[in-house]
Design a protein around this ligand. Structure first.
Ligand SMILES: C[S@@+](CC[C@H](N)C(=O)[O-])C[C@H]1O[C@@H](n2cnc3c(N)ncnc32)[C@H](O)[C@@H]1O
Length: 239
């Protein structure tokens, strides 16, 4: 039997219409649709985004990816997920993995794909690009992410003060992902540098319950969800 194909599909950051035409076509044609399992028995973010696009005959398979840093726990989860996906591929089913945002931008899919390739080098994997959170946030803010020769630095997480200071020295635009747990420390650095007025927080960009915080000097304490990012314009470029 011919092996099925595993597709990593970018489904965008919240608004279901942000999936590409190609992503939607492949998603709806897949026999099996997988996505990261939600927490506390709630649907996951990618699952919610694609729910309106799913077809009655499709089988949905949530995959468990724990939110931990322990490498052993993570690898064991990737292997279990890979084994589940492989079972379907071996039976000739095409499997679509729905990825929040863009599939190549800090995505769990990368680990799943790497684990599968290591275990089964014959596996066929294709990805479909899409909208990632920095571009979605810029759109929510009604501003370009970058213009002209501006340099952009994206810090993915757990940045040290020194890392952030270096980024602010080097780039005109700095985007901080996973900012919720370090917001207070970041706020202090931005205050010291006089950058609070040219910084924005976008929470749940393109979702129906998205929030935007302008002028952060009035927001020293924000309780943010995991799906939040902070965008800093270090130099004001004339637009
Ligand atoms: C593991 S990364 C995943 C990035 C995702 N693949 C993408 O393309 O944006 C998770 C971080 O991305 C950012 N993020 C993802 N979706 C977001 C959204 N809708 N609004 C704001 N930030 C978001 C947050 O900073 C979050 O902590």
């Amino acid at each position: 039997m011919q092996l099925g194909i595993l597709y990593g599909i970018s489904v965008g950051t919240g608004d279901p219409e942000l999936i590409t035409v190609k992503g939607l076509r492949i998603l709806q044609a897949a026999d099996i649709v997988t996505f990261p399992q939600g927490i506390n028995n709630k649907p996951g973010v990618a699952q919610k985004i694609i729910s309106q696009w799913l077809q009655p005959q499709q089988t949905t398979v949530p995959l468990y990816f724990p939110y931990v840093r322990d490498q052993n726990i993570l690898e064991s989860a990737w292997q279990k997920a890979a084994a589940i996906v492989w079972q379907y591929l071996q039976q000739g089913n095409n499997v679509a993995f729905a990825c929040e945002g863009d599939v190549s931008f800090y995505s769990t899919f990368t680990y799943l794909a790497a684990t599968l390739t290591k275990l089964h080098p014959e596996v066929v994997i294709e990805t479909v690009p899409g909208v990632c959170s920095p571009t979605a946030a810029a759109s929510e803010l009604q501003m370009p992410l970058t213009v002209s020769n501006e340099r952009l630095i994206i810090l993915p997480a757990i940045y040290t003060v020194a890392e952030l200071e270096t980024a602010l020295d080097l780039a005109e635009v700095v985007v901080l992902l996973k900012v919720s747990s370090v917001y207070k420390q970041v706020w202090q650095i931005l205050q010291k540098r006089g950058l609070l007025e040219s910084s924005w927080v976008v929470e749940k960009a393109t979702c129906s319950d998205r929030k935007i915080y302008h002028n952060l000097q009035y927001h020293p304490h924000l309780q943010l969800s995991y799906f939040s990012l902070l965008l800093i314009r270090v130099l004001k470029t004339a637009l």
